[in-house]
Design a protein around this ligand. Structure first.
Ligand code: MRU
Length: 371
């Protein structure tokens, strides 16, 4: 029997209208959970700012937002110069596209989506108007593809995890990072819908608290039982037999299966391995990077080396010295199972990931959106 897929509990982004009159609507995740504030964007620069200040974040949605930002860039070029030639349009578009791709370094989805937009404009014949139209169709296709991928990840992951009740997750890899149910949280929403009543331990995720602020918010909306723990708690819960599986998303999975994800993922994997608990990673194929051989080759975003992110008034000196990498690398050998829209791959490695790498959207035939 196919497991039921619920509706996503929250919508992080949405394109409204046509390429001529539409806007990119973004739910500001920096204001969550207290305020649900949406802002309509009409310029690529404000989208880039929102990416950089983490108003919109998480690998898959960064790719989708990047694709829509290209529509905004293309539209503006045309609005400023309605008689622009195609070659001049392409030159200006490339400048804007590069800025979008460079907004954040670690999640592969963003540069991959921009590369795909650039391929599209170079390979689609026609006027700048027709290119704007093609860019919006392509962004919408990616948006729909990722939504569908989440449902498949949810079902495949839930089938694999079925029978387990108590989970731990790190950072936020739910509906807020996609246009669907999410990646790591998708199987948990599906288990909930199937009446399995999972319980989720939510790592608060220092220093920016994506777990505390965002995962707890959306699990609450989705009716999934959960409790927030500080990042050091999970290992002790595992030792006491209180966790049946750990599940996270990823910003990038390398060709050899190494997982680059939010700082603190690696310690969680170490704890899971040490206690014989499955460590599961859920991604859409657009997060698999066939061109990067291993985790150490991935650019790791560094948060500013100032104390601000740690400061709660009175808790730390203002001249505190800080080291704040935003992501870490979990070696493939520590991953029990990788879940994607293609299904579940146990013990991923350079060899057995080959068929998935070949199916990375757009890598070969361009038949599926995403790259
Ligand atoms: O810095 P963030 O909040 O963008 O980091 C996000 C994560 O690390 C997520 O776990 C990752 O992108 C997976 S989301 C499917």
């Amino acid at each position: 029997m196919t497991l039921p897929v619920p509706q996503p509990p929250v919508t992080p982004i949405e394109w409204t209208g046509t390429w001529r009159d539409g806007a990119l609507r973004i739910l500001d995740q920096t204001r969550l959970p207290r305020h649900e504030m949406v802002v309509d964007h009409n310029e690529p620069e404000t989208v880039i700012e929102d990416i950089q200040r983490l108003a919109v974040r998480g690998a898959p949605v960064l790719g989708i937002v990047g694709a829509y930002a290209l529509v905004l860039a293309a539209r503006r070029i045309l609005a400023k110069d309605p008689a622009i030639t195609r070659p001049e349009f392409l030159t200006r578009f490339e400048v804007d596209a590069t800025k979008v791709a460079d907004a954040r370094p670690t999640a592969v989805n963003l540069p991959a989506a921009v590369a795909r937009g650039l391929d599209l404009v170079h390979n689609t014949p026609g006027s700048p108007e027709q290119l704007c139209d093609a860019l919006l169709s392509s962004a919408r296709a990616l948006d729909a593809y990722e939504r569908d991928a989440c449902a498949k990840i949810g079902v495949a992951g839930a089938e694999w995890l079925r029978g387990r009740k108590r989970f731990v997750t790190h950072c936020n890899a739910g509906a807020l990072v996609t246009t669907g149910l999410g990646t790591a949280l998708a199987p948990l929403y599906v288990l909930q819908e199937a009446g399995e009543a999972p319980h989720v331990w939510v790592d608060e995720t220092r220093p920016l608290l994506q777990g505390l602020r965002l995962t707890a918010y959306e699990l609450g909306k989705g009716g999934v039982d959960h409790a927030v723990i500080s990042d050091g708690v999970a290992a002790g819960l595992m030792r006491r037999g209180m966790i049946d599986a750990a599940i996270t998303g990823a910003d990038r999975v390398c060709a050899n299966g190494d997982v680059v994800n939010k700082i603190g993922t690696y310690p969680l994997a170490l704890a899971a391995q040490s206690h014989g608990i499955p460590f599961v990673v859920a991604i859409p194929l657009s997060t698999l990077d066939p061109n990067t051989p291993e985790g150490d080759a991935v650019p790791i975003e560094q948060r500013p080396d100032d104390a601000d992110i740690y400061l709660t008034e009175g808790t730390a000196a203002h001249d505190l010295s800080v080291h704040a990498p935003a992501f870490d690398v979990t070696p493939a050998s520590m991953v029990s199972a990788l879940v994607s829209e293609l299904g579940v791959l146990e013990a991923p490695n350079a060899e057995n990931l080959g068929p998935w790498r070949a199916r990375v959207p757009g890598a070969q035939s361009g038949s599926a959106p995403g790259r």
